[in-house]
Design a protein. Structure first.
Length: 197
């Protein structure tokens, strides 16, 4: 993994392309398909219209209903549920290249429900969600990852956890020191691999 150097502190890398998933900072070339930041010109031949994920309205309703069931709002902690308007809008816009697998997962969820998942009663939704997780663990994990990722990057949620709502780079976050002695049994094991000649 290459080291990440902030553009502002190191102007020598201003023309260096970034890796997918890294911030698209001003002065860095963008990869095809990436949106431009405000003030950046669009890539040549790029469409100014935002591509919407190929999910049906029923699938979007089912995803929102599932997200709200996974992480409901909590009045005691003053945090929204994962079906909150802002969080869900982020979720839908974040589907991107996973649109087909997400669509397939939602089709499997709706098929298991026998109709759109969002149309079920709450008790039935919970039973279907448990059955979906058991019968289709990988698609369920994909949907869970999408929901959790978008939920925990919401500013309100980060503040409720006592974290400053910002990216981890460049300031970082404090972590408690771990107990490195827990690795002693692993270090004491005999070599379990073959050396490379």
């Amino acid at each position: 993994m290459r080291p990440v150097v902030p553009i502002a502190s190191d102007p020598s890398n201003a023309g260096e392309p970034h890796l997918p998933g890294e911030p698209n900072l001003p002065g860095q070339p963008r990869l095809p398909g990436e949106p431009s930041l405000p003030g950046q010109p669009p890539l040549p031949g790029a469409s100014s219209a935002r591509a919407e994920p190929p999910l049906s309205a029923e699938q979007i309703r089912s995803l929102r209903c599932l997200a709200g069931a996974m992480i409901p709002a909590d009045v005691a902690y003053d945090v929204p549920g994962a079906d909150d308007d802002a969080i869900f809008a982020d979720m839908v816009s974040s589907i991107g290249p996973d649109a087909n697998p997400v669509g397939d997962a939602l089709r499997q969820l709706d098929a298991l429900a026998g109709r759109p998942y969002a149309d079920l009663e709450v008790d039935r939704q919970q039973a279907v969600a448990r059955a979906f997780r058991s019968a289709h663990p990988l698609p369920a994990a994909l949907l869970a990852g999408l929901v959790v990722t978008c939920y925990y990057r919401d500013d309100r949620v980060m503040r409720s956890l006592g974290m400053e709502p910002r990216p981890p780079f460049p300031q970082g976050f404090e972590l408690d020191a771990g107990d490195w002695s827990l690795l002693d049994p692993v270090r004491a094991r005999p070599k379990m691999y073959r050396g490379v000649p």
